[in-house]
Structures are given as structure tokens and as C-alpha cells.
Design a protein around this ligand. Structure first.
Ligand code: FAD
Ligand code: SF4
Ligand code: SF4
Length: 398
């Protein structure tokens, strides 16, 4: 723990108990103790009238011996035993880092009944897999997953840890980083090696997306970051590959877990699962009004794809933000991307450029989207889309 109470000094006044916003301090036999719920925010430190609460100096400064930290780790996020694509995409990029740094590439898998994911990780290039496969990890849980990942890092000391910038990844990564006393570059859109220092160069939008910042982590270990799904291509699977398996026995106790999963309600249907979608049909301001957006939804439905939107559409309230694609929305990489009534502003294009095929429909032949598109239809979306839908329906019927 980075924040500690000096037992000998504590006079048991209990001032700190109320100062903790997370209810993480308890009184035990007239002494304050910090529990597992501590987020290491430090809010209690100043509250103690006799300075009995301190930050552990080594963890505060991160001055652990950097040479002890070796290896690139990739967290393979899974839901109901199915690995999300981003873990495999990061194994592909992790391999490049591992080669450049001359280090080993490993995958971390946490869940219950997830042994089958080990072979998939080897097939995507992992040399080693650390697996914690226990009932306690059947559903993602911040407390339990933090405990086990932090314990793995403290035990095996990787130099780099990569996680997907998914909902769970964005929850888990900062908590783990804080627990192990390092920093985190969140929501990266690129990563490589800084030639001058040999450190990982994490690139992400900054100042509201107006500049791209490259961030280094020179003093602390491991170097940690979350990376958006679909920024990197998934590597080819080589099922002949195998490697070392390390089974982790750290077991989260009931007392470590402060939340209980009562039910799962899916708010995101297939139509908004943009990161995993193979076909995306996106609409922009050129759709004219929210009612016309039904054509986008229909085309997506016919093709079994997801529905995307430009920021202009989201700002106008035609679609919720979870459909937004672009620099400040989601980064996608489908096999086919339809851009309907979208001008192709640089901030939109930033989120779609790794698509295999882009098909644009726009009434302005000079719209910038045509510079990027593989196929372009110059025309009114209100005429082109109904025809396209009717033709595709016919093909499907046949
Ligand atoms: P418009 O630019 O208005 O384009 C509409 C297009 O539709 C035009 O090309 C027009 O010719 C065409 N059109 C009109 N009527 C028809 C018709 N009947 N048939 C066919 N075509 C028609 N944008 C994003 O999308 N995602 C982001 O993540 C994002 N992040 C941003 C971050 C920052 C910091 C900033 C400053 C901007 C960001 N933007 C983002 C906004 C971006 O700059 C554009 O304003 C936005 O993408 C425009 O959306 P649009 O193409 O739908 O609308
Ligand atoms: Fe509570 Fe923050 Fe102190 Fe931890 S560091 S005990 S979370 S106030
Ligand atoms: Fe002990 Fe300081 Fe907390 Fe009082 S405020 S209980 S002295 S740690």
C-alpha cells in the first residue's frame, strides 16, 4: 500500500476515518487501519493531527530498480469467456515492442473457465501466458481484478503493461497503476519506441483533441497505458504456436470485493458494438434529420452491421454518443465502412482510416471523404440509400 498509518505514532483520535472519502479507514483496538478499499488518494494524510499517516517513500517516488522490470504484458479482456479483439490487436503491437526491446511478450488472462483463451494468445504471438482462472473472476469486478493484476505485476515485474481502452480497461488500468505506484497514459491512439531513450512512446489526443501528445514514463515501472480498440490490426493467428503457462493462485476474498453483481442489462446491442463490427454504416449531417437516419439503421440491419455517426449528428442529438466515430469518439477498423452524408473532416477520418474498404455517398463531388474512399457515389443519400437497401434485400432473398 502506498499510504500507511504509523501504528506506533497513531493516538486513535479517529479523525482520519471521516476524512477518507472511500470509507477505507477503520478503527481496530484504538488504532486506525487502512483497508483494501483504499484508492491511495492521499486525502487522509493531511487530516491526521500528528502526521501518523504517510506515503510509502519507495512507491511514491517509484524508485524501484528499473532493471528488475522486464517483459511486455498484454491484458486479454474477456466477457463470458470470449476475448475482446483489442487484446489480440495489442499482442500484435506488443510483439513489435518486444522485438525492439529484446524482451518477452506475455498475455494476462483472468476469468472463470477461460483456459481455451490461452491457446488463442499463443496463436496471436504471446511467448508466455499468466492465467488466473477461478470462480471469483467469472465477471469483471474492479476490486478482484485489481488485486490479482497488481499482485502479478509486483511478483513478476513486467517493464510494459498494455490494456484495451474499453469500459473495463479504463476502469482497471488506472486502479492497477495506482496500486503498483506507476503512471498511466490513457486512451492512446498509437504507440512505439522512443529512439533516444528506448522507452515506450505513448501517443494520445490532448487539449480536447487539438494536438497529439507523445508521453514517456521515464522513472516508474511498469510503463502502463490503455490503447483504443482497432488502432492496430489483429495479427494473423498461428495455431501451431505454444509457450509457457504460469498459473496464478492469488485469490480475491469476499472481504476484498465491495460490489455484488445482481443483474446484467445490455444497453449496447449489435448495432452499437462498433469496435468489433465487420461492417459499419455511418451517417452524418447530410442525412438531414433524425428521421432520415432510419435509412442508415436499415442498411446496417440488412448487412448485419453496426450504426455509426459523425460528431455533428451526436451534437445535434440525433444519435447517442456511443455511436460517435472519430478522434473524440470510437476508433473503428471494419472490413467495410459506409460514410453517408459525411464530409470527411480530419477528426472523423482519424477514427476510420484503418477500415479495409471505405464507401462514401455524398452529393458534393469535392467532399474530402472521397480522397479517402475506395468507392464513391456522388448523389443524394435520400435517393441512393433506398435503392441500395432494395438491391441488397433482393440479393439476400435470392
Ligand atoms: P458536415 O461537415 O456538415 O458534412 C455534411 C456532408 O453531407 C457534406 O459533405 C455534404 O456535402 C453532405 N450532404 C449534405 N446533404 C446531403 C445529401 N442529401 N446527400 C448526400 N450528401 C449530403 N467529428 C467526428 O465525426 N468525430 C469526432 O470524433 C470529432 N472530433 C472532433 C474533435 C475536435 C477537437 C474538433 C474541433 C472537431 C471534431 N469533430 C469530430 C468535428 C468535425 O470537425 C466535423 O465538424 C464533423 O465530422 C462534421 O460532421 P459531418 O460530416 O456529419 O457534417
Ligand atoms: Fe482513504 Fe485516500 Fe487515505 Fe486511502 S489514501 S485511506 S482512500 S483517504
Ligand atoms: Fe491515528 Fe492520525 Fe487517524 Fe488519529 S488521524 S486515528 S492519530 S492516524
Amino acid at each position: 500500500m502506498a499510504v500507511n498509518i504509523l501504528k506506533e505514532t497513531c493516538i486513535g483520535c479517529s479523525t482520519c476515518v471521516n476524512a477518507c472519502p472511500f470509507g477505507a479507514i477503520a478503527m481496530e483496538t484504538d488504532k486506525a487501519v487502512i483497508t483494501e478499499s483504499c484508492t491511495q488518494c492521499g486525502a487522509c494524510i493531511e487530516s491526521c493531527p500528528i502526521s501518523a499517516i504517510v506515503r510509502d517513500e519507495q512507491e511514491k517516488t517509484g524508485m524501484a530498480n528499473k532493471d528488475d522490470y522486464k517483459g511486455i504484458w498484454v491484458y486479454i479482456e474477456q466477457v463470458d469467456g470470449q476475448a475482446k479483439g483489442v487484446g489480440h490487436e495489442l499482442l500484435g503491437q506488443g510483439r513489435k515492442l518486444a522485438v525492439a526491446l529484446g524482451e518477452e511478450l506475455s498475455a494476462i488472462i483472468i476469468g472463470s473457465g477461460v483456459e481455451h483463451l490461452v491457446q488463442q494468445a499463443f496463436a496471436s504471438g504471446a511467448d508466455k501466458v499468466y492465467i488466473a482462472d477461478q470462480e471469483e473472476y467469472s465477471h469483471y469486478n474492479t476490486d478482484a481484478y485489481t488485486l490479482v493484476v497488481a499482485d502479478m505485476i509486483n511478483t513478476y515485474k513486467p517493464s510494459v503493461v498494455l490494456m484495451g481502452a474499453t469500459h473495463d480497461g479504463r476502469d482497471l488500468a488506472p486502479r492497477v497503476a495506482c496500486r503498483v505506484g506507476t503512471g498511466l497514459t490513457a486512451d492512446c491512439t498509437d504507440l512505439g519506441i522512443d529512439e533516444a531513450t528506448g522507452l515506450v512512446a505513448w501517443t494520445r489526443p490532448a487539449f480536447g483533441g487539438n494536438i497529439m501528445a507523445t508521453i514517456l514514463c521515464p522513472e516508474h515501472r511498469p510503463q502502463m497505458g490503455t490503447v483504443r480498440p482497432k488502432v492496430f490490426k489483429r495479427p494473423e493467428q498461428d495455431i501451431s504456436q505454444s509457450g509457457e503457462i504460469v498459473r496464478i493462485s492469488t485469490r480475491a476474498q469476499a472481504k476484498d470485493i465491495r460490489t455484488k453483481l445482481i443483474d446484467t442489462i445490455k444497453v449496447c446491442t449489435a448495432s452499437c458494438n462498433l469496435e468489433e463490427a465487420e461492417i459499419i454504416v455511418s451517417g452524418g449531417r447530410g442525412m438531414g434529420n433524425p428521421e432520415n437516419f432510419e435509412l442508415i439503421e436499415e442498411l446496417a440491419h440488412v448487412l448485419g452491421g453496426a450504426v455509426g455517426a459523425s460528431r455533428a449528428v451526436v451534437d445535434a442529438g440525433w444519435k447517442p454518443a456511443l455511436h460517435q466515430i472519430g478522434q473524440t469518439g470510437k476508433t473503428v477498423g471494419p472490413k467495410i465502412y459506409f460514410a453517408c452524408g459525411i464530409s470527411g473532416a480530419i477528426q472523423h477520418v482519424a477514427g476510420v482510416s484503418s477500415s479495409d474498404i471505405i464507401i462514401a455517398i455524398n452529393k458534393d463531388k469535392d467532399a474530402p471523404i472521397f480522397k479517402l474512399a475506395d468507392y464513391g457515389i456522388v448523389g443524394d443519400v435520400m435517393e441512393v440509400l433506398p435503392e441500395l437497401i432494395a438491391e441488397l434485400k433482393k440479393i439476400k432473398q435470392d
